[in-house]
Write a protein that binds this ligand. Sequence first.
Ligand code: GAP
Length: 493
Amino acid sequence: MTAMDVIVSLCKRRGFVFQSSEIYGGTGSCWDYGPLGVELRNNIKRVWWRDFVQQRGDIVGLDASILMHSAVWKASGHLDLFTDPMVDCRECRRRFRADQVDDQPWTHYCEATKGNRFTVPAGEPCRHCGNRRTLCPECGKGELTPPRQFNLMFKTFMGPVEDDATITYLRPETAQGIFVNFDNVLQATRRKLPFGIAQIGKAFRNEITPGNFIFRSREFEQMEIEFFVNPQQTVAGQPADEHWHDRWIADCQAWFTRYGIDPGHLRLHEHDRNELAHYAKRTVDILYEFPMGWSELMGIANRTDYDLKQHAKFSGKALTWFDEERKEHVVPYVVEPSAGVDRALLAFLLDAYREEEVRGDKRVVLRFHPELAPVKIAVLPLLKKRPEIVATAHELRARLARRWTTLYDDTAAIGRLYRRQDEVGTPYCVTVDVKTVGDTDKGEAGDQRVTIRERDSMEQIRVPIADLERLFAQLLEGGAWPEVAAAYPRAAG
Ligand code: GAP
């Protein structure tokens, strides 16, 4: 199994990600997030919003609609330029991106070996006849059509009549909702440059070759910031747009490492002239080392004043900021950090995944940052046949659930329950046992203490129930386990 297969299988088995419409055979290009996946996804979005919007004084939020006036897509250039070159197999009808058709292994019926079928590695010639791929890489038989441009936007109709006047598109990026609201936000908030507008929301692209699990799908979610700067200003000797571009590249890298991505798994990629989008002066991608190779996790583009000028031209409305000092209108430049929620989630999953050996057994653990972990605390009864233990565990879970995402599980023996929580990345387990509740038949009072087990070290401490909320507040709001745990006696593992 490849590293990706392992994660796909874990995601399905433990309820992170399911294939959309699976009972009908699935779509292969859209994905559904299960009970744990939706928590992980919400946590990623929550910390991103908190760190980049709520904790900064220079960024405000927006939630624009997915369906917009069709003129938006003419002005933005998406109608004319948001295309990929596509080729079709005349035999099996499969469709490929012309620029990626040689990036996959190809099927070859080799005449030098009496027509035997081989799968030849991507981009390589057949080692028997020396020929390179000319036919369809999948079926190995059909000719490919000449490339033609294929627009990636999903077309739809607004209103009950399917005529041209009502055609619109599902947005392929959240950014345009921000540009068309630039003046609304400026008037409502009276911001001065530089300032940003952030948005998290769904985007749709009719990708020719979706794949690699949730890495490239047709429906996905973006976390985007349009950071508006005054191009006439200089900051630290640099034009403001270039200064802020560099800062955003550094801030975005730091954000991923803060939440657990190994810095060695991140790398920058500078777009060369041929790669740059039609609107960009400079774009730098943050790549992550995914199982299929280094691939784009997010992009940070300097979009200049392209979008605001285009929308001003097409709408007839001025989209400028008034510089009170110079008494002149300025069209801001835009620096755009644009991240995909689904790709971030995949990277966090892959980076957290570990297989370890513990006393001769294999343990799978997701070492999620506590802020991202879907469940923060699992409350487990040691014996489910003892009603006092079960009742105490339920009561504790309900109390902790007022502040954190919790879970109660009594469907296996304790060792198995711990392994299950390790596998989904739960940082802390609380175990209620006989000593906690005592034994009324024997006249023994409980000590009202529970065992807390930490996921990564697997260390256990014995803690009074009365301390639990204070202790978890420390642990889940930045406290380190060794220091917090040092105040309590160790429990045997
Ligand atoms: N507004 C700029 C923009 O949309 P992009 O590089 O096309 O730029 C930004 O997309 C991010 O959105 C990507 O870095 C990636 O994380 C995510 N993304 C783009 N297409 C995607 C797809 N088909 N499936 C999943 N995520 C995608």
